[in-house]
Write a protein that binds this ligand. Structure first.
Ligand code: BES
Ligand code: ZN
Length: 850
């Protein structure tokens, strides 16, 4: 702890207002800056300790009374990312102006104030400078108090080349010639906000005409080549802003929001107050040429960042241990808004697989609680994971359903109003929700938020006694775990003639007995599918569930499929019981339930030998082919989104896992027509077709895909073909793909993600891993370290002797601070899958065939 504390700033000096001025020099890859910070010295001190990293503070002076000025001696504590200003005398408590001059580099490192270079369609080279400050990189942009609870107001000025656009958090208030032909652009003072939200953007951007939502101007910014792809973003930015103003009952705290597409971007998007930044493919999209999932992604990302304007920007966690107060809420709110705007998408069901992924990670010994102690910056970075986002979002959804949506909404509004412009702990949230609901929110939620893992609820039916017995135990794939959860159970009891009855009860450490009507047809625990837990049924209940499943919602069915396979992985259920459920899939109509199965078949496919894989192929065709026959390859008029997504999934399953020759032939033929522009493939189906073709492609296809990547007219097509090159199966083509992935033709933001795809491809993983080992240091130099998690994740599915041990040995010998937990998790997944492989050795074919 002492070591962690050395990263924290003393509270003896507190900033109130930053006046920041920047001169970025895009041709020299440098910037200089000047600050005038209004501070309160609360305690007589001779030293100010601030954050600063990778910047030089050329001068620091303090204005005293009667025009006296002190100059500080500046020392750097590089390891702690701190700058210490030592004054020639003690500074008495009071309010002062601290003036500093500083300089820094604009590197292409995707953090702090960084540079992006991109070649435009006309061959010209564009240079953009922009910031990414979260979690702890504002200190690379200016010297300051870079911890989330040092909130201050900001007045920012940027001096840039004439012809370039400059954006920041506030509204532009002046734009004048600085006397040297450059433009000096000043922005309005912000509300009090945390340093990690500071935004600077400079470059050749085209902006949409502002549209007013109440008193807020909304614009989208993109480089000229992509400026025609902003309409979905514009519409969604307006609609989500309107939605949240109403939902929270609080006006947006500013005069404008710009949503800016940055060509190189480490994360997906960043919620800088009033100046939200994105990867291009998370904001810009061609509605006519994109799939439902791609459009959903754009809308949900915009909704997510817009929700942050309240959750995160207006009210902020006190410290990074409470990151879930930002990210879990934004995840929950993004779905709430997307569901309101596009009910036909059924986004809560589409969240099912994301939640299932959280359940899988949270079933590991190497999981962590949602709230978790954070010391140094690398630990803050490590908090941005599936436990914060998906588990956090899921437990909030469960809470919302438990309290009722309206009570929940009012509780949230109360919390935001009480703490606006301030910082909070999780307890503040529980207080507000308890006040509004009168329910024991804190006791219920503590078990989900401060305790890691989750329970398996076991149910058994004592038919003689007409009693249902229910109890909980911790779920863990390997070994045992401890914990007791307060579980708001919803139990559905199926009665004859399709009726069902719901019973609600809070399950704690005490087992529960519940009388059941004699004519009970089935019992479904976790009715509605909101609870963050798994359910294990006794054999009699399982038999009846299989019979009754057509009456369940898609989310409930997804839960059954996911829980059953998790129990198989944990060696608690024989595979043949899960396969009984799989056999009902020709009648399954939901794409997200199919995608859960797709994932499970992928696991079997990865761990099995050649005979097993042949059986997985045959099984996939057996369950999916009848459905494709019924659906047809082409959409029918008036089909809804989910039907169209279903078709795409079934095609993918048949073509990629099933290796169905007729589907592959169809896919090749259609893609040829698409490339020749003679017959365009419907965007619903294009992603699936591209994947099917990649899995059965030759050298000519490689050339075609490469060409499509280079000539792509929108960001979705660009990444689609780039990543599809990872799915090829012949060694010489994989080698070409890997060469491409390391070349400057691939953006820094995409490199690791692309290599990760290749590592997930069982035909490519040996070659890819060779490359990973050989290039490890180069990768560390080139890519943001947090992105290395994507290289580590696929290790979880590598089970073959030799390569499996090698990957584990390597990550043991090459730890990366930001990715330590993900490394442990990947190793544990690998063990789980290897043990499954051992248990099933030589039996998969027999089980699937039975
Ligand atoms: N605050 C994050 C961005 C971020 C992520 C900053 C990691 C620093 C480290 C942002 O709000 C976010 O959550 N972005 C997501 C997209 C979102 C729709 C889930 C992302 O970047 O993946
Ligand atoms: Zn977020």
């Amino acid at each position: 702890m002492a070591e962690s504390l050395s990263y924290r700033l003393p509270r003896s000096v507190v900033p109130h207002h930053y006046h920041l001025e920047f001169w970025p020099d895009l041709s020299q890859d440098r910037f200089s800056g000047k600050s005038d910070v209004t501070i309160d010295v609360v305690e007589r001190v001779q030293e100010f300790v601030l954050n600063g990293a990778g910047i030089e503070v050329d001068s620091a002076t303090l204005e005293l009374a009667q025009g006296r000025v002190l100059s500080a001696e500046v020392t750097y504590h590089a390891a702690e990312e701190q700058v210490v200003l030592t004054w020639p005398e003690f500074v008495e408590s009071g309010t002062y102006h601290l003036l500093m001059n500083f300089t820094g580099a604009l590197a292409e490192d995707l953090r702090g104030f960084y540079r992006t270079t991109v070649t435009a369609a006309d061959g010209s080279r564009l240079v953009i400078a922009s910031t990414q400050c979260e979690s702890t990189d504002a200190r690379r942009v200016f010297p300051g108090w870079d911890e989330p609870d040092f909130k201050a107001t900001f007045s920012i000025t940027l001096t840039v080349d004439a012809g370039l656009t400059a954006l920041s958090n506030g509204q532009e208030i002046s734009n004048v010639d600085d006397g040297t032909g450059k433009r000096r652009v000043s922005f309005a003072k912000t509300i009090p906000m945390s340093t990690y939200l500071v935004a600077l953007v400079v470059g050749p951007f085209v902006l949409t005409e502002p549209v007013m939502v109440d008193k807020v101007a909304v614009r989208i910014a993109a480089r000229a080549d992509l400026a025609h792809l902003t309409d979905l973003a514009q519409e969604s930015a307006e609609a989500t802003l309107r939605f949240f103003q109403e939902y929270f009952g609080i006006a947006y705290p500013g005069e404008k929001i710009d949503h800016v597409a940055i060509p190189e971007f480490a994360a997906g998007a960043m919620e800088n107050l009033g100046c939200v930044t994105y990867r291009e493919n998370a904001l810009l999209i061609d509605r006519q040429r994109s799939s439902p999932m791609e459009q959903m992604r754009v809308v949900t990302v915009i909704a997510h960042e817009t929700a942050h304007m309240w959750f995160g920007d207006l009210v902020t966690m006190r410290w990074w241990n409470g990151l879930w107060l930002n990210e879990a809420f934004a995840t929950f709110m993004e779905l709430l808004a997307a569901d309101a705007l596009h009910p036909e998408w059924d986004v809560w069901t589409t969240f099912g697989p994301g939640r299932a992924y959280a359940l899988s990670v949270d079933g590991l010994a190497s999981t962590r609680p949602i709230e978790f102690p954070v010391g140094p910056p690398s630990e803050a970075a490590a908090m941005f994971d599936v436990l914060t986002y998906e588990k956090g979002g899921a437990v909030l959804r469960a809470l919302e359903q438990y309290l009722g949506p309206e009570v929940f909404r009012r509780g949230i509004g109360r919390y935001l109003k009480k703490h606006r412009y301030g910082n909070t702990e999780t307890a503040d949230l529980w207080d507000a929700l308890e006040e509004e609901s009168g329910q024991p929110v804190r006791t219920v939620m503590d078990s989900w938020v401060v305790q890691r893992g989750y329970p398996m609820v076991r149910v058994a039916w004592d038919k003689q006694a007409k009693i249902l017995r229910v109890h909980q135990e911790p779920f863990r794939y390997l070994g045992s775990a401890e914990g007791i959860w307060r579980i708001p159970l919803v139990i559905g009891i199926g009665r004859p003639s399709g009726q069902s009855e719901s019973r609600r009860v809070l399950l704690d450490e005490n087992p529960l007995e519940m009388s059941l009507p004699e004519d009970t047809e089935y019992v479904l625990v976790n009715q509605g599918g909101w609870g963050f837990y798994r359910v294990a049924y006794d054999r009699a209940l399982w038999d009846r569930l299989l019979a009754g499943r057509s009456q369940f919602s898609a989310l409930e069915r997804l839960g059954l499929v996911d829980d059953a396979f998790a129990a198989v992985l944990a060696d608690q259920l024989p595979l043949d019981q899960a396969v009984r459920l799989w056999r009902t899939f020709p009648g399954e109509t939901d794409p997200d339930v199919w995608s859960a199965l797709y994932r499970q078949l992928t696991v079997l496919n990865q761990i099995g030998d050649e005979d097993d894989r042949a059986a997985v192929r045959a099984f996939s065709v057996k369950i999916a082919a009848p459905l494709l026959n019924e659906l047809g390859f082409d959409a029918k008029a008036g089909e809804n989104v989910r039907k169209r997504r279903l078709r795409a999934l079934v095609v993918r399953l048949l073509g990629v896992i099933g290796e169905d020759p007729s589907v592959r032939e169809q896919a090749h033929q259609r893609l040829r027509g698409h490339f020749a522009k003679s017959e365009a493939i419907s965007p619903d189906l294009l992603p699936a077709i591209v994947e099917v073709v990649a899995a059965s492609a030759d050298a000519k296809d490689w050339e075609n895909f490469y060409h499509q990547f280079k000539a792509a007219s929108n960001p979705q097509d660009e990444t689609r073909y780039l990543y599809a090159l990872a799915e090829f199966r012949q060694p010489e083509l994989i080698q070409r793909t890997l060469d491409l992935y390391q070349s400057p033709e691939v953006k820094i933001q995409d490199g690791i993600l692309a290599i990760s795809r290749a590592l997930s491809n069982r035909y490519a993983r040996q070659l890819t891993w060779d490359l990973v080992e050989a290039s490890w240091q180069k990768f560390l130099d080139k890519y943001p370290h947090q992105m290395m998690q994507y290289l580590v994740q696929p290790i979880g599915l590598i089970t073959e002797d030799g390569l499996a041990e090698r990957t584990v040995q390597w990550i043991d010998d090459h730890p990366i601070e930001e990715v330590g937990r993900q490394m442990a998790q990947a190793k544990e997944f690998q063990t789980i899958h290897r043990q499954l492989a051992k248990r099933l050795k030589g039996r998969i074919a027999e089980i699937l065939d039975a």
